[in-house]
Design a protein around this ligand. Structure first.
Ligand SMILES: N[C@@H](CCC(=O)N[C@@H](CS)C(=O)NCC(=O)O)C(=O)O
Length: 226
């Protein structure tokens, strides 16, 4: 069974799926939209079920849209499904709540520049702090290292991604939450995670002229081939 994760040049919704796949030895290919479809995004968009990426293509045939659905599919595929239906629903609520951090955090880090970046940074501070506090409370209520137990699942990879991205905005935001700092350390200690973080494209010049360094070449973030 082959898996292709298709996305753009940005550090956002393709991070958590890749972390999960690398931590659980699931083979996949990561492809930019223009390389996979051999066309510009404007022509591809209307052909995608919900007109956005990422999608996960399974066996070159089926496409899964929506980052939460992709993460839940991968979680099942890695054998991480929670059998207790209430706990499973609670884990899904944490995943969805973490993923609500996507906007405005991810677009601002990947695209906003100058005064716009500064304005967005200040505007989102209270919202981030509030959701970080909710996530910290969930972890404090757990008997394990992670939200449900000692196993990292979709909710943990999504949460890690957004916390990690918030460091570009202001590293002191998460420092107010010692439980989140401990969670970050636990996630970064996972063997597959360390490898993923060491090898992924570096995100540079955030707030000024954001770029991803892919194979030693700095590319402007975005939806276009460069
Ligand atoms: N709810 C969707 C959001 C997907 C989304 O916002 N994708 C953006 C990139 S991060 C996109 O496809 N932008 C191009 C467009 O909307 O035309 C998910 O979680 O997958």
């Amino acid at each position: 069974m082959s898996l292709k994760l298709i996305y753009f040049k940005m550090r956002a919704l393709a991070e958590a799926p890749q972390m999960l796949m690398q931590c659980y030895d699931i083979d996949y290919q990561y492809l930019m939209s223009w390389n996979h479809f051999d066309d510009v995004w404007a022509n591809v968009k209307p052909k995608i079920a919900f007109q956005q990426l990422p999608i996960l293509e399974v066996d070159g045939a089926e496409q899964i849209c929506q980052s939460v659905a992709i993460l839940q599919y991968l979680e099942n595929r890695a054998g991480l499904a929670i059998s207790d239906t209430v706990r499973a629903a609670q884990a899904s609520a944490i995943l969805q709540s973490a993923q609500e951090l996507f906007a405005p955090l991810n677009p601002a880090i990947n695209f906003a520049v100058g005064d716009d970046f500064i304005a967005k940074k200040e505007a989102m501070r209270p919202g981030l702090s509030s959701r970080f506090s909710d996530l910290a409370r969930c972890l404090e209520g757990s008997d394990g290292k992670f939200f449900i137990d000692n196993t990292p699942r979709a909710a943990e990879f999504a949460t890690y991604h957004h916390l990690d991205l918030s460091k570009f905005l202001d590293p002191s935001l998460i420092q107010e939450f010692p439980r989140l700092m401990g969670f970050i350390d636990d996630m970064e200690s996972l063997p597959g995670m360390a490898t993923y973080l060491a090898n992924r494209p570096e995100l540079i010049d955030v707030g000024v002229a954001p770029k991803l360094v892919i194979d030693d070449v700095a590319h402007p973030t975005g939806l276009k081939k460069s």
